[in-house]
Ligand binder design. Structure first.
Ligand code: GDP
Ligand code: MG
Length: 370
């Protein structure tokens, strides 16, 4: 059934709420202006003013406005893998991400400062790998909970001198639940107490059997400190990506996921998205969660302004009306007006859900006090 708040009805038919309340009382409906009445009752009220009311079919409207179609096989082209680094605290996730970045990302001409936009791209010959900058399964799980899956491959970092620890197991479980292939980076092999075989032994208890032990889990001994094994790790990532046959259609309106967002003093709302389908362009009108905007500028992970970003490529977006949430799905839509419309529909839906949930809480509170 559809319901409308008395105050909303009053607004829509441009009559004082008190007048509507009086009419409701005459119909035997005793409510306050914050109560919701059924569509049928609202219709009867409106009839008295010679107004025809129509139901707003919100979800369908939104789907029509967002054109998220399936691509034809022949339009798909291979895209770079998006990689997340996971593992127990202090096993070297951040160090590994840093050493990959420094080994492989050419520093920018201007002072050698690479920008942190939440993800970075590494070039290996003609191929690319995209690394999410925020390690840990929290970000990964939070995004998955919102229906966003950006990760194609998980790198499980296990310190060779410490072995499998609780968060290692959690990471394994998350990656498995998301059906994301795992590559194990056995880190800190430079340390005297390093024992890669013990790590492999412990991993078998969680269904990860190393290739040299007859299983199919790729394990690469590395040292984030001395950079040993980093190149092999990158090669293995490309190998796994090739087996996955990651593809997307670059020639269509864009769909992506927000991986990071903030309010920048000078630039306003700034969000980093990873494009998943299509190509995002400067001038595109977009919707991301509740927020919308017309893209004023796109900035890549080297801090360079770019005109567009294709599948798997992380890019910073300027021009959004507000700060979106990490995990929000971004779509390019027809024009700014459409984007604003979807944003308003979503905000209204959110308000209704909020009121519905607070009403429920109040009722429960009430009962608990009796
Ligand atoms: P995270 O919590 O998983 O992000 O771990 P960090 O990257 O912060 O690393 C934790 C500690 O281990 C730091 O003191 C690092 O310097 C050290 N570390 C990381 N990788 C290596 C490595 O390959 N060899 C050695 N010897 N130390 C490492
Ligand atoms: Mg860290």
């Amino acid at each position: 059934p559809d319901f409308i708040k008395v105050s909303t009805l009053a607004e829509k038919i441009k009559r004082p709420a008190t007048e509507i309340l009086k009419k409701l009382i005459l119909m035997g409906v005793m409510v306050s202006i914050n109560h919701e009445i059924s569509f049928e009752v609202a219709e009867k009220i409106a009839e008295q003013y010679n107004i025809l009311v129509e139901k707003e079919v919100k979800l369908e409207r939104e789907e029509v406005l967002i054109n998220d179609f399936e691509d034809k096989k022949e339009d798909l082209m291979s895209r770079p893998p998006v990689v997340t680094v996971m593992g127990h605290v202090d096993h070297g996730k951040t160090s590994l991400l840093d050493s990959i970045r420094h080994a492989k990302v050419v520093e920018t001409e201007a002072g050698g400062i690479t920008q942190h936009i939440g993800a970075y791209t590494v070039d290996i010959d003609e191929k690319k790998i995209v690394f999410l900058d925020t390690p840990g399964h929290e970000a990964f799980t939070a995004m998955r909970a919102r229906g966003a899956q950006v990760t194609d491959i998980a790198i499980l970092v296990v310190a060779a001198d410490d072995g499998v620890m609780p968060q290692t197991v959690e990471a394994i479980n998350h990656a498995k639940a998301a059906n994301v292939p795992i590559i194990v980076a056995i880190n800190k092999i430079d340390k005297p107490g390093a024992n890669p075989d013990r790590v492999k032994q412990e991993l078998t208890e969680y269904g990860l059997v190393a290739e040299d032990w007859g299983g199919d889990t790729i394990c690469v001994p590395v040292s984030a400190k001395t950079k040993v094994g980093i190149d092999t790790l990158l090669e293995m990532i490309l190998l796994v990506a090739e087996m996955q046959e990651l593809k997307a259609n670059p020639n269509r309106t864009a769909k992506g996921t927000i991986i990071e967002a903030k309010l920048d003093k000078g630039r306003g709302p700034v969000a980093t998205a990873i494009v998943q389908k299509g190509t995002l362009k400067v001038g595109d009108s977009v919707i991301a969660g509740n927020t919308y905007g017309k893209i004023r500028a796109l900035v890549d992970d080297k801090g360079k302004k770019v005109k567009s970003a294709g599948p798997s490529i992380p890019v910073e977006i300027l021009g959004l009306s507000e700060v979106p949430n990490a995990g929000d799905i971004l779509y390019t839509v027809a024009d700014e007006k459409t984007a604003r419309q979807i944003s308003e529909l979503r905000k209204e839906k959110e308000r209704q859900q909020y009121f519905a949930s607070t009403a429920k809480v109040t009722l429960e509170d009430l009962f608990s006090q009796i």
